[in-house]
Design a protein around this ligand. Structure first.
Ligand SMILES: [Zn+2]
Length: 371
């Protein structure tokens, strides 16, 4: 009987502590949760274990030093028993109320949430009066694991055609792409997807959709160049931005012209409003894309001994929808006699693949190390 009274009294006690809740939602996820708020001495608290669940954090309690370590979003906060301070980095922050330990639960003053939003984890959470929005996705580390290699053109679209040997761009770039994939998968811990592995037509939009659907961390489109002036030769690597020179605009026009092989319905998407949004999302990766372009340009010229025409920017349809660092490689000119001859050679194609592989390796090493 005594036991029952105690249990009922305890239940009543815990219920009376309960003083509302904050709803919790997650960016890009249907996951829902809530954070219970408790009242002690007229002040609001929450249970640290609830917050750990919501933020996917970890709690480590050290009874000897009377410390609660709360690791969340890869950062650590330290609470101390019977103490109103929380340590974050080298600084102490006032919680205005002491933490409370009751029935094995650790109650933290609600003011901690304000610190989370204003000082500790600004990029991960938004809190207003009644809800918390958590962005776990922005915590994901940028590691290069999945790469899409895109051999340009294919099927009914031959791409540029050589002026002297009538080589077709679609065949050369497919060979280079396959060799690149082989090198990458053999030597690096990555998975490589080709937008096409045979001579077939793929629309420009489908190429980036493919990369997005495969959650690629990098997108490399491989092409051969062509110019009216048959003397023009050399290597250039592009990343997406507004074309800065007439020459870049000409290459942009040439590569974008591949849409004439697409049906009218699919062409419509390139003028869609959606593309403005696409551009904005690709802009997020501008720095990484330009960096990868620089590395790739350097390695290609070094390995192939081609003329260095430098890194350029242009507004390629094929890069526009890619939500990841993306570059377009123009290995050499099919319109130039000596470049075309070189493009035909197995060694030159292999060399192109080696350079692209090396540049991805270099880029990956840098970004993997940062995490
Ligand atoms: Zn092309």
């Amino acid at each position: 009987m005594k036991k029952i009274i105690i249990i009922v009294a305890f239940m009543f006690f815990t219920i009376s502590l309960f003083a509302g809740e904050l709803s919790v939602s997650y960016v890009n996820s249907s996951r829902k949760d809530h954070l219970q708020i408790y009242k002690f001495n007229n002040s609001s608290y929450f249970d640290i274990h609830d917050l750990a669940r919501i933020f996917e954090g970890e709690i480590d309690i050290e009874p000897n030093s009377q410390t609660i370590n709360f690791t969340v979003f890869n950062k650590k906060c330290r609470f101390f028993f019977d103490n109103k301070w929380v340590k974050f980095g080298n600084k102490n922050y006032n919680l205005f109320n002491k933490i409370i330990i009751k029935s094995g639960n650790f109650y933290i003053p609600k003011h901690f949430l304000k610190l989370c939003v204003n000082k500790f984890f600004q990029e991960f959470i938004v809190i207003d009066k009644s809800r918390i929005i958590v962005n776990l996705a922005s915590m994901e580390q940028y590691l290069i694991k999945r790469i899409v290699i895109d051999p340009g053109h294919g099927g009914k679209d031959p791409g540029a055609v050589g002026s002297y040997l009538q080589l077709e761009e679609k065949d050369i770039v497919l060979n280079i792409a396959k060799k690149t994939k082989e090198l990458l998968e053999k030597n690096l811990d990555v998975t490589v997807f080709l937008t096409r592995d045979k001579d077939r037509f793929v629309s420009l939009g489908d190429r980036t959709d493919f990369a997005n659907n495969h959650q690629a961390d990098l997108f490399i489109s491989i092409h051969c160049n062509a110019a009216y002036n048959k003397k023009v030769n050399g290597t250039e690597v592009y990343y997406l931005s507004t074309a800065q020179t007439d020459e870049a605009r000409a290459v942009e026009a040439m590569e974008n012209d591949a849409i004439r092989f697409e049906d009218p319905e699919s062409i419509k998407r390139y003028s869609d409003l959606d593309f403005i949004l696409y551009d904005m999302r690709q802009n997020e990766y501008l720095i990484e894309s330009s960096e990868l372009a620089e590395i790739c340009q350097k390695y290609l010229v070094q390995e192939l001994n081609t003329k260095d025409k430098g890194v350029k920017q242009a507004n390629f349809y094929v890069l526009r929808g890619a939500f990841m660092p993306a570059i377009l490689v123009e290995v050499a000119f099919l319109s130039n006699k000596s470049d075309e001859k070189r493009l035909k050679s197995d060694n030159f194609q292999k060399g192109s693949a080696i350079s692209i592989y090396k540049s991805i390796k270099k880029f990956k090493e840098k970004y993997d190390k940062m995490n």
